[in-house]
Design a protein around this ligand. Sequence first.
Ligand SMILES: *Cc1c(COP(=O)(O)O)cnc(C)c1O
Length: 385
Amino acid sequence: MLKSLQKELEQRKADGLLRQRRLLDSPQAEHIVANQKPYLSFCSNDYLGLANHPILIAAMQNAAGDSGVGSGASNLITGHHRYHDALEKQLAQFVDLPAALLFSTGYMANIGVLGALAGRGDAVFADKLNHACLNDGAYFSHAKFQRFAHNDVKALEKLLQASTAKHKLIAADAVFSMDGDIAPIPEYLALCEKYDAYLYMDDAHGFGVLGEHGQGSLNHFKIKSPRIIMMATLGKAAGVAGAFVAGEQVVIDYLVQKAKSYVYSTPAPPALSATLSESVRLIERGDDLRANLYQLIAYLKDNLKLSKWQLLASDTAIQPLIVGDNKKALALSEYLQTCGILVPAIRPPTVPVGTARLRISLSAAHTLDDVKKLVAAIHQAESVL
Ligand SMILES: *Cc1c(COP(=O)(O)O)cnc(C)c1O
């Protein structure tokens, strides 16, 4: 086995697909120290610049002082702390849904929820560009797994029309993690009503960023329905870690009984929940942060003028620059790195073959000057690469 692992790694390297971790030596922020060098970073999902926020650092220190550092037992034994409970209620109220449930990570939420809500005889309908953990959740469920072309409402309707499944669950990213575009959620909801289906919406990249005060994609579209179950992660715009699922009370009650990644796992430390409660308050009061973020997005889109490479149409903080070839994408990323700027190259299997890209991710913590530096460096790179 070891020999075949080695061979596969060597093949990956030859294909320009070997991934390497950088050693981070600073807090996550727009200016970081990685592999002992300072960089201007466009890599993180910390869209509001909260990951190193002094209010949240103080909240974590205080909460550790009065609740300790570990949860110590699973949720259904003695692990469910008052801080977890308060955060669940706060999140449900913030996203305007009846109830919410915390998970330790978004990955665990997706495998837990799909595994619990769908089973043999049911069907999960999934966008082809969904995040990997939605796919894993669908496999986990043993339901029939039917994928449709990206954001293709007509293709989805055909599948729903032909389906004889007992329960039908549509699963989609609300904001696509490698493309930045937004799913047609209102159209999906209309299909749910027409075909008696339910929508499981992963708002990892919408929560904190979209909506009137950062409530996310449902608020962005101003839609509400008992057919919607949403998930959002708390390690991206919220700046900390974890995830929550929100929906009808009966759904949450059912998940407490049946979501295996909830039942058989130790919850994140209560101090994280106390920190997240402060973070949700910062998100709610963060209209200025979002205004700055949207100004930076507009600046980038208006000023990046390229002939070889192309920005995908995206109005969110995720601005993908499509290069195509794996090695070229890597070369561009490396060129920017020599200019002191970090932007990750994203290659297959994370994205489809032939669409290797730079995933530029903007944050409210960036300044206009930061984005100007990035634009100038990419223009320079296009003329030499
Ligand atoms: C990051 C991400 C997840 C996983 O969340 P974690 O909390 O990082 O495990 C799930 N779905 C989408 C769309 C994501 O981008």
